[in-house]
Write a protein that binds this ligand. Sequence first.
Ligand code: SAH
Ligand code: SF4
Ligand code: F3S
Length: 443
Amino acid sequence: MGKRRLYIRTFGCQMNVHDSEQLAAILAREGYEGTDRPEEADLIVVNTCSIREKAAQKVYSELGRFRRLKSRSPGLRIAVGGCLAQQRGRELLAVAPHVDLVFGTHQLASVPKLLSHCEPDGGPVLETAFCDRIESLAILAPPLPGAVSAYVTIMQGCDNFCAYCVVPHLRGREQSRPGQEILAEIRSLAESGIREVTLLGQNVNSYGAGTPGGLDFPGLIREIGQVEGIERIRFTTSHPKDLSADLIRCFREVDSLCEHIHLPVQAGSNRVLARMNRGYTREAYLDSVQRLRNDCPDISITSDMIVGFPGETEADFRETLDLMEKIRFDNLFSFKYSPREGTAALTMKEPVAEEVRSERLKILQALQDSHTQERNRLSIGRVEEILVEGVSRTSSRHLTGRTRGNKIVNFAGEERLIGRTVRCRIAQAFLHSLRGELQLPEA
Ligand code: SAH
Ligand code: SF4
Ligand code: F3S
């Protein structure tokens, strides 16, 4: 059987990106090889997101684009997976009749079997059931040649039910992978040349909560810290209500744990936090930031923020800005509240008008830009450790990499340094990156 070609289009978060990597690995066993040209594909997979309405709209317009391809080559098969597929299921098949398969977030490992049920003249196939144990979590996605970083899923699902969020509805309840399985995967990644792992989960701080006697999250980090060859450990996302003193200690004790934490706060007002069902107050959050900075003064802290949650008043919004002024995040991902099907916030009273949401987002983003610049400028003159990821997008004579605090640094250097850790003195700071000068000797 000749090789068949697979094109995967991924929307959404890092977890979805990794799901696509795993799917490519499973389909490679079935004889599919990847292509980056949808026109020449035998199978197109769209891995979707539904976190905000805009994300869902992007998926629909992409599906529209693939309809034309299908009419030109009827042999082409189109599969849709991920969170929007989980959410819309049959409805997706009705609006996109050119789709052959819709599979849910727990069905990754079944995709080859489901595809075999897609007969040329049969109807489309739909499978969105949840499973008690998600098989795909253990699928090894071999890194691409030359890759230095890899994602490792440590848990799936979420039990938190924040009032605005679809994730618990679309990814199911929290499931942690066994620690030994995760460690075996990381050892094998290290043997294939991976230097940096990013541990993925919606709420990594509660890793292991359902498996008494097993490792908890700090325990897992300490074990990964012992794996030879892994120079950097990162993780995302960490829920503020479950940030333990033991995890904070890890930043000091585990050399390979990078000094960066993404700690989504979502709002700065206690009234809004309570309505969001976040489980902490602004005071508790400020205290966590203080404890992190006491233990690890150089830690880089990034966050997510939502503006215009139902009932958010001007005074609540000012509390958000005030929290930002107090903390001065290294970076912030901010979003206008988007009403989502099936969530508790959908039926909440006092919606905030679209113009008000837009205006608040603009104000908030301008403030954050000034904080990002200020935090980036603190690096000027410092010598930072950089893991070199590749050639810079803007100039072929420049390389690009990240500091341990997750800031992008561009610097002049030779390609042979890709994949190595070097030291750079930071010379200039911009909004989205830093410019460095390579220090000799290189390593
Ligand atoms: N599990 C992570 C985040 C998952 S979603 C966590 O708990 O933080 C990523 C971000 O999208 C969230 O942090 C939130 O800021 C944003 N988000 C989620 N639902 C949203 C909605 N309905 N409207 C606007 N932003 C939303
Ligand atoms: Fe969504 Fe909240 Fe779970 Fe994050 S913790 S995935 S925001 S429900
Ligand atoms: Fe989107 Fe699902 Fe991730 S809704 S953000 S792809 S968990």
